[in-house]
Design a protein around this ligand. Structure first.
Ligand code: AMP
Length: 354
Protein backbone atom coordinates (compact mmCIF):
# COMPACT_ATOMS: atom_id res chain seq x y z
CA UNK A 1 0.00 0.00 0.00
CA UNK A 2 1.25 3.50 -0.80
CA UNK A 3 0.99 5.99 2.05
CA UNK A 4 -1.15 8.99 1.12
CA UNK A 5 0.61 12.29 1.76
CA UNK A 6 -1.11 15.27 3.37
CA UNK A 7 -0.13 18.88 2.86
CA UNK A 8 -1.10 21.59 5.33
CA UNK A 9 -2.34 24.95 4.07
CA UNK A 10 -2.50 28.05 6.27
CA UNK A 11 -5.48 30.12 5.12
CA UNK A 12 -8.85 29.15 3.69
CA UNK A 13 -9.39 31.47 0.71
CA UNK A 14 -9.48 30.78 -3.02
CA UNK A 15 -5.71 30.26 -3.31
CA UNK A 16 -5.88 27.56 -0.64
CA UNK A 17 -8.80 26.01 -2.51
CA UNK A 18 -6.88 25.86 -5.78
CA UNK A 19 -3.74 24.48 -4.06
CA UNK A 20 -5.93 21.77 -2.47
CA UNK A 21 -7.59 20.91 -5.79
CA UNK A 22 -4.17 20.58 -7.48
CA UNK A 23 -3.03 18.33 -4.62
CA UNK A 24 -6.18 16.19 -4.92
CA UNK A 25 -5.45 15.62 -8.61
CA UNK A 26 -2.09 14.21 -7.53
CA UNK A 27 -3.62 11.89 -4.92
CA UNK A 28 -2.47 14.14 -2.08
CA UNK A 29 -4.74 15.26 0.76
CA UNK A 30 -4.97 18.76 2.15
CA UNK A 31 -5.54 19.91 5.72
CA UNK A 32 -6.58 23.57 6.06
CA UNK A 33 -5.69 25.56 9.18
CA UNK A 34 -7.46 28.93 9.44
CA UNK A 35 -9.61 31.02 11.78
CA UNK A 36 -12.33 31.26 9.10
CA UNK A 37 -15.71 29.55 9.08
CA UNK A 38 -16.20 25.99 7.85
CA UNK A 39 -17.83 27.07 4.59
CA UNK A 40 -14.85 29.21 3.48
CA UNK A 41 -13.56 28.55 -0.09
CA UNK A 42 -10.75 26.13 0.83
CA UNK A 43 -12.24 24.42 3.88
CA UNK A 44 -15.21 23.06 1.94
CA UNK A 45 -13.09 21.09 -0.55
CA UNK A 46 -10.52 19.43 1.73
CA UNK A 47 -10.07 16.26 3.75
CA UNK A 48 -9.45 18.02 7.10
CA UNK A 49 -10.01 21.48 8.51
CA UNK A 50 -8.77 22.97 11.77
CA UNK A 51 -10.53 26.17 12.75
CA UNK A 52 -8.10 28.00 15.04
CA UNK A 53 -6.11 31.21 15.24
CA UNK A 54 -2.53 31.39 13.94
CA UNK A 55 -1.15 31.83 17.47
CA UNK A 56 -2.92 28.79 18.95
CA UNK A 57 0.22 26.76 19.80
CA UNK A 58 -1.64 23.57 20.84
CA UNK A 59 -3.70 23.52 17.65
CA UNK A 60 -0.54 24.17 15.59
CA UNK A 61 1.27 21.23 17.22
CA UNK A 62 -1.65 18.88 16.48
CA UNK A 63 -1.79 20.24 12.91
CA UNK A 64 1.98 19.85 12.47
CA UNK A 65 1.77 16.18 13.51
CA UNK A 66 -0.93 15.48 10.88
CA UNK A 67 0.88 16.80 7.78
CA UNK A 68 3.95 16.05 5.62
CA UNK A 69 4.59 19.64 4.44
CA UNK A 70 2.94 23.03 4.92
CA UNK A 71 2.43 26.18 2.88
CA UNK A 72 0.72 29.50 3.43
CA UNK A 73 -1.81 30.89 0.97
CA UNK A 74 -1.37 34.47 2.19
CA UNK A 75 1.42 36.56 3.64
CA UNK A 76 -0.19 37.83 6.80
CA UNK A 77 0.23 34.63 8.77
CA UNK A 78 2.70 35.45 11.59
CA UNK A 79 6.20 34.18 10.73
CA UNK A 80 6.28 32.58 14.22
CA UNK A 81 3.47 30.23 13.09
CA UNK A 82 5.82 28.81 10.46
CA UNK A 83 8.57 28.56 13.09
CA UNK A 84 6.36 26.32 15.29
CA UNK A 85 5.43 24.13 12.30
CA UNK A 86 9.04 23.83 11.13
CA UNK A 87 9.67 21.40 14.01
CA UNK A 88 7.34 18.92 12.24
CA UNK A 89 7.74 19.31 8.48
CA UNK A 90 9.20 21.45 5.65
CA UNK A 91 7.56 24.90 5.56
CA UNK A 92 6.80 27.06 2.53
CA UNK A 93 7.49 29.88 1.69
CA UNK A 94 9.86 29.97 4.70
CA UNK A 95 10.30 32.43 7.55
CA UNK A 96 12.29 35.11 5.70
CA UNK A 97 10.03 35.18 2.64
CA UNK A 98 6.91 35.58 4.78
CA UNK A 99 8.45 38.18 7.09
CA UNK A 100 9.67 40.29 4.19
CA UNK A 101 6.40 40.22 2.27
CA UNK A 102 4.43 41.46 5.29
CA UNK A 103 5.78 44.98 5.01
CA UNK A 104 6.05 47.23 1.93
CA UNK A 105 9.01 49.15 3.33
CA UNK A 106 11.00 45.97 3.92
CA UNK A 107 10.18 44.76 0.38
CA UNK A 108 11.22 47.95 -1.37
CA UNK A 109 14.34 48.32 0.79
CA UNK A 110 15.47 44.80 -0.16
CA UNK A 111 14.71 45.37 -3.85
CA UNK A 112 16.74 48.60 -3.81
CA UNK A 113 19.62 46.85 -2.00
CA UNK A 114 19.66 44.19 -4.74
CA UNK A 115 19.97 46.93 -7.37
CA UNK A 116 16.37 46.56 -8.60
CA UNK A 117 14.75 49.88 -9.58
CA UNK A 118 11.82 50.95 -7.35
CA UNK A 119 9.64 54.08 -7.23
CA UNK A 120 11.27 56.72 -4.97
CA UNK A 121 10.00 55.98 -1.47
CA UNK A 122 9.99 57.44 2.04
CA UNK A 123 9.17 55.80 5.38
CA UNK A 124 6.48 57.85 7.13
CA UNK A 125 5.67 57.45 10.83
CA UNK A 126 4.14 60.86 11.71
CA UNK A 127 2.48 63.92 10.14
CA UNK A 128 5.84 65.73 10.33
CA UNK A 129 7.61 62.93 8.45
CA UNK A 130 4.84 63.01 5.85
CA UNK A 131 5.24 66.79 5.45
CA UNK A 132 8.97 66.38 4.90
CA UNK A 133 8.49 63.46 2.44
CA UNK A 134 5.84 65.43 0.50
CA UNK A 135 8.25 68.34 0.17
CA UNK A 136 10.80 65.99 -1.47
CA UNK A 137 8.22 64.26 -3.68
CA UNK A 138 8.27 65.90 -7.06
CA UNK A 139 4.69 65.63 -8.33
CA UNK A 140 2.22 62.82 -7.69
CA UNK A 141 2.57 60.03 -5.16
CA UNK A 142 0.77 57.26 -3.35
CA UNK A 143 0.63 56.99 0.42
CA UNK A 144 0.20 53.35 1.45
CA UNK A 145 -0.02 51.51 4.75
CA UNK A 146 3.07 49.32 5.05
CA UNK A 147 1.09 46.32 6.31
CA UNK A 148 -2.22 44.57 5.63
CA UNK A 149 -3.18 46.59 2.52
CA UNK A 150 -4.18 44.68 -0.61
CA UNK A 151 -6.19 45.25 -3.81
CA UNK A 152 -5.63 49.00 -3.55
CA UNK A 153 -6.96 49.16 0.03
CA UNK A 154 -5.02 51.44 2.38
CA UNK A 155 -3.79 53.71 -0.44
CA UNK A 156 -4.26 57.46 -0.86
CA UNK A 157 -3.32 59.56 -3.89
CA UNK A 158 -1.27 62.61 -2.86
CA UNK A 159 0.84 65.32 -4.51
CA UNK A 160 3.52 67.83 -3.61
CA UNK A 161 2.01 70.69 -1.59
CA UNK A 162 -0.85 68.61 -0.10
CA UNK A 163 -1.74 69.04 3.58
CA UNK A 164 0.21 66.38 5.51
CA UNK A 165 -1.95 66.57 8.67
CA UNK A 166 -5.22 65.60 7.01
CA UNK A 167 -3.68 62.78 4.93
CA UNK A 168 -1.86 61.40 7.98
CA UNK A 169 -5.21 61.30 9.79
CA UNK A 170 -6.90 59.62 6.78
CA UNK A 171 -4.32 56.84 6.41
CA UNK A 172 -4.88 55.99 10.08
CA UNK A 173 -1.79 53.86 10.73
CA UNK A 174 1.49 53.91 12.69
CA UNK A 175 3.70 53.35 9.67
CA UNK A 176 3.20 54.22 6.01
CA UNK A 177 5.24 54.45 2.85
CA UNK A 178 5.07 57.36 0.43
CA UNK A 179 5.93 56.32 -3.13
CA UNK A 180 6.37 58.40 -6.25
CA UNK A 181 3.58 57.73 -8.75
CA UNK A 182 4.90 55.81 -11.77
CA UNK A 183 3.57 56.76 -15.19
CA UNK A 184 3.94 53.22 -16.52
CA UNK A 185 3.64 51.70 -19.99
CA UNK A 186 2.42 48.36 -18.60
CA UNK A 187 2.11 46.31 -15.45
CA UNK A 188 3.79 42.92 -15.48
CA UNK A 189 4.20 40.07 -13.03
CA UNK A 190 6.78 37.31 -12.75
CA UNK A 191 6.47 34.01 -10.91
CA UNK A 192 9.55 32.15 -9.66
CA UNK A 193 9.71 28.69 -8.14
CA UNK A 194 12.57 27.51 -5.92
CA UNK A 195 13.03 24.08 -4.37
CA UNK A 196 14.98 22.84 -1.34
CA UNK A 197 18.07 22.23 -3.46
CA UNK A 198 18.04 25.94 -4.39
CA UNK A 199 17.11 25.21 -8.01
CA UNK A 200 15.02 28.03 -9.50
CA UNK A 201 12.90 28.58 -12.58
CA UNK A 202 10.14 30.85 -13.80
CA UNK A 203 6.71 30.76 -15.39
CA UNK A 204 6.12 32.87 -18.50
CA UNK A 205 5.54 36.50 -17.41
CA UNK A 206 2.05 38.04 -17.43
CA UNK A 207 0.75 41.49 -18.43
CA UNK A 208 -1.86 42.86 -16.03
CA UNK A 209 -4.58 45.48 -16.05
CA UNK A 210 -6.04 46.78 -12.80
CA UNK A 211 -9.36 48.56 -12.17
CA UNK A 212 -9.78 50.48 -8.90
CA UNK A 213 -6.57 48.86 -7.60
CA UNK A 214 -7.95 45.32 -8.19
CA UNK A 215 -6.54 43.00 -10.84
CA UNK A 216 -9.01 42.88 -13.75
CA UNK A 217 -7.24 41.04 -16.57
CA UNK A 218 -4.03 39.05 -17.09
CA UNK A 219 -2.56 38.00 -20.43
CA UNK A 220 0.23 35.45 -20.60
CA UNK A 221 2.85 34.86 -21.83
CA UNK A 222 3.77 38.58 -21.98
CA UNK A 223 5.20 38.22 -25.50
CA UNK A 224 4.39 41.82 -26.45
CA UNK A 225 7.12 43.06 -24.09
CA UNK A 226 10.70 43.56 -25.16
CA UNK A 227 12.90 40.46 -24.48
CA UNK A 228 15.40 42.60 -22.53
CA UNK A 229 12.57 43.89 -20.26
CA UNK A 230 11.50 40.30 -19.62
CA UNK A 231 15.08 39.20 -18.93
CA UNK A 232 15.57 42.03 -16.40
CA UNK A 233 12.30 41.10 -14.66
CA UNK A 234 13.20 37.41 -14.47
CA UNK A 235 16.63 38.22 -13.03
CA UNK A 236 15.11 40.56 -10.44
CA UNK A 237 12.48 38.02 -9.37
CA UNK A 238 15.07 35.22 -9.03
CA UNK A 239 17.40 37.52 -7.04
CA UNK A 240 14.53 38.28 -4.63
CA UNK A 241 13.61 34.57 -4.30
CA UNK A 242 17.21 33.74 -3.44
CA UNK A 243 17.61 36.66 -1.03
CA UNK A 244 14.61 35.44 1.02
CA UNK A 245 15.62 31.77 0.78
CA UNK A 246 12.28 30.93 -0.87
CA UNK A 247 10.84 27.44 -0.63
CA UNK A 248 7.87 27.32 -3.02
CA UNK A 249 6.67 30.02 -5.42
CA UNK A 250 6.95 33.81 -5.34
CA UNK A 251 5.30 36.48 -7.50
CA UNK A 252 6.88 39.85 -8.23
CA UNK A 253 4.63 42.67 -9.48
CA UNK A 254 6.36 45.41 -11.44
CA UNK A 255 5.74 48.39 -13.67
CA UNK A 256 7.29 48.72 -17.11
CA UNK A 257 8.53 52.28 -17.62
CA UNK A 258 8.42 54.08 -20.95
CA UNK A 259 12.07 53.18 -21.62
CA UNK A 260 11.23 49.49 -21.07
CA UNK A 261 12.76 49.43 -17.57
CA UNK A 262 11.41 47.17 -14.80
CA UNK A 263 10.29 49.07 -11.68
CA UNK A 264 9.56 46.86 -8.66
CA UNK A 265 6.15 47.27 -6.97
CA UNK A 266 5.62 44.37 -4.59
CA UNK A 267 6.04 40.68 -4.02
CA UNK A 268 3.89 37.83 -2.76
CA UNK A 269 5.54 34.56 -1.67
CA UNK A 270 2.67 32.35 -2.85
CA UNK A 271 0.59 31.57 -5.95
CA UNK A 272 -0.74 34.80 -7.47
CA UNK A 273 -4.01 35.89 -9.06
CA UNK A 274 -2.18 37.00 -12.22
CA UNK A 275 -1.05 33.38 -12.83
CA UNK A 276 -4.43 31.66 -12.60
CA UNK A 277 -4.25 31.28 -16.40
CA UNK A 278 -1.48 28.70 -15.83
CA UNK A 279 -4.15 26.15 -14.75
CA UNK A 280 -5.23 25.75 -18.38
CA UNK A 281 -2.30 27.50 -20.06
CA UNK A 282 0.89 25.83 -18.80
CA UNK A 283 2.07 22.23 -18.75
CA UNK A 284 2.34 22.56 -14.93
CA UNK A 285 0.12 25.15 -13.20
CA UNK A 286 1.36 27.44 -10.43
CA UNK A 287 -0.65 25.38 -7.91
CA UNK A 288 0.66 22.00 -9.09
CA UNK A 289 4.21 23.37 -9.08
CA UNK A 290 3.89 24.51 -5.48
CA UNK A 291 2.55 21.10 -4.37
CA UNK A 292 5.27 19.26 -6.32
CA UNK A 293 7.97 21.34 -4.67
CA UNK A 294 6.72 21.11 -1.09
CA UNK A 295 6.17 17.35 -1.18
CA UNK A 296 9.56 16.80 -2.83
CA UNK A 297 8.36 15.57 -6.23
CA UNK A 298 10.63 18.02 -8.05
CA UNK A 299 9.57 20.83 -10.38
CA UNK A 300 7.42 20.30 -13.48
CA UNK A 301 7.65 21.94 -16.92
CA UNK A 302 6.23 25.48 -16.68
CA UNK A 303 6.12 26.30 -20.38
CA UNK A 304 2.93 27.75 -21.87
CA UNK A 305 0.63 25.93 -24.26
CA UNK A 306 -0.40 28.97 -26.36
CA UNK A 307 -1.52 32.47 -25.27
CA UNK A 308 -4.17 32.99 -22.63
CA UNK A 309 -6.34 35.62 -21.03
CA UNK A 310 -7.82 35.56 -17.54
CA UNK A 311 -10.52 37.94 -16.31
CA UNK A 312 -11.37 38.13 -12.65
CA UNK A 313 -15.06 37.77 -11.83
CA UNK A 314 -16.00 40.19 -9.06
CA UNK A 315 -19.38 40.36 -7.35
CA UNK A 316 -20.62 42.87 -9.93
CA UNK A 317 -19.51 40.63 -12.85
CA UNK A 318 -21.63 37.60 -12.02
CA UNK A 319 -24.29 38.65 -14.55
CA UNK A 320 -21.72 37.52 -17.16
CA UNK A 321 -21.95 33.88 -16.05
CA UNK A 322 -24.72 32.63 -18.39
CA UNK A 323 -22.87 34.02 -21.44
CA UNK A 324 -19.56 32.58 -20.22
CA UNK A 325 -21.08 29.14 -19.69
CA UNK A 326 -22.72 29.31 -23.12
CA UNK A 327 -19.27 29.81 -24.66
CA UNK A 328 -17.61 26.39 -24.73
CA UNK A 329 -14.13 27.93 -25.09
CA UNK A 330 -14.16 29.55 -21.66
CA UNK A 331 -13.01 27.84 -18.45
CA UNK A 332 -15.06 29.28 -15.59
CA UNK A 333 -13.78 28.91 -12.02
CA UNK A 334 -15.92 29.90 -9.02
CA UNK A 335 -14.59 29.94 -5.48
CA UNK A 336 -17.77 28.89 -3.66
CA UNK A 337 -18.29 32.22 -1.86
CA UNK A 338 -21.89 32.58 -0.81
CA UNK A 339 -21.97 36.38 -0.48
CA UNK A 340 -21.31 38.38 -3.66
CA UNK A 341 -20.17 41.97 -2.99
CA UNK A 342 -18.93 44.65 -5.36
CA UNK A 343 -15.13 44.34 -5.64
CA UNK A 344 -15.06 40.87 -4.04
CA UNK A 345 -13.24 38.19 -6.05
CA UNK A 346 -15.84 35.47 -6.69
CA UNK A 347 -14.06 33.55 -9.46
CA UNK A 348 -12.21 33.93 -12.73
CA UNK A 349 -12.52 32.90 -16.36
CA UNK A 350 -9.69 31.81 -18.65
CA UNK A 351 -9.60 31.33 -22.41
CA UNK A 352 -7.07 30.75 -25.14
CA UNK A 353 -6.39 33.72 -27.39
CA UNK A 354 -6.65 32.97 -31.12
P1 AMP B 1 -0.52 47.52 -4.86
O1 AMP B 1 -1.50 47.17 -3.78
O2 AMP B 1 0.71 48.20 -4.35
O3 AMP B 1 -0.21 46.36 -5.75
O4 AMP B 1 -1.26 48.56 -5.79
C1 AMP B 1 -2.39 48.22 -6.57
C2 AMP B 1 -2.30 48.92 -7.91
O5 AMP B 1 -2.20 50.36 -7.72
C3 AMP B 1 -1.06 48.58 -8.73
O6 AMP B 1 -1.18 47.37 -9.42
C4 AMP B 1 -0.99 49.78 -9.65
O7 AMP B 1 -1.95 49.70 -10.68
C5 AMP B 1 -1.34 50.92 -8.71
N1 AMP B 1 -0.10 51.45 -8.09
C6 AMP B 1 0.46 51.04 -6.93
N2 AMP B 1 1.60 51.71 -6.66
C7 AMP B 1 1.79 52.58 -7.69
C8 AMP B 1 2.79 53.56 -8.01
N3 AMP B 1 3.82 53.81 -7.20
N4 AMP B 1 2.63 54.25 -9.18
C9 AMP B 1 1.57 54.03 -10.00
N5 AMP B 1 0.60 53.14 -9.74
C10 AMP B 1 0.69 52.41 -8.61
Amino acid sequence: MTAIKTIGILGAGQLGRMIAVAAAQMGIRAHIFAPDAKDSPAAEVVHSFTQATYDDADALVAFGKSIDAVTSEFENVPATTLDILSAFCPVSPGHDALHLAQNRLREKTLAARLGIQTPSFWAVRSADELASALSELDGKGLLKTTEQGYDGKGQIHVKTGDDADSFWRDINTDEAILESFIDFKAEVSFLVWRDTKGQTGVFPATINTHKNGILATSIGPADSLNPSTLKDGVEAAIALAEAVNLHGVLAMEAFVGHAGQIIFNELAPRPHNSFHWTIEGCVTSQFTQLVRIIVGLGPGDTSARGSWQMDNLLGEDLHRLPALYADGGKAVHLYGKTEARNGRKMGHVTWELG
